[in-house]
Design a protein around this ligand. Sequence first.
Ligand SMILES: [Fe+2]
Length: 183
Amino acid sequence: MNCWYRIRVPKNVFTEAFAPNIYKRPHVHIAKLNLGLISQEMNEWVSQFDMTWGGSMIFYRPTTASSRVHVDLVDANAKQCSAVNFELTGSADMFFYEDPDGTAELKDTPAGTPYLGYGDNLPVIDRVGLGGEPTLVRTDVPHSVTPTTAPRLLISLRFLYQGRPPSWAETISKLEPFLEPRT
Ligand SMILES: [Fe+2]
């Protein structure tokens, strides 16, 4: 199953006020990014799909320790289906897994955002080395992140369509002209 695509986005994703170094910490750091730091170019780019940026998260990992297998949520009832990931320092492999139906645990990240946590032994259905390239990823299937080089700082931008996160199918159909074919 295809759970990611390289995506073409404007060159300047953030405003000049964006100062990534302030997010570097001794330990794993997860925070919400102020949407005012997204560039005008990037806001115009997303508006052509009748969408806006619904949220932005920062993930900082000082070591190559893996994340838990999880699904991102908007709230207890709604999955965050897709995200555009930008690595600013370091790099990571993302793994996507089969959903085991009904065995997840509802939890909150340190940033107060909800997620479903899973066990470790699910079958892998797709993987990608992000390699510092903007990548559209599917986040409504269980996934995990293993940094290959650290420290690793990643910004994840999430879409909003008609007041809700678009499904993965909606995301793909809207962004299709900007997705690179998978080889
Ligand atoms: Fe995630």
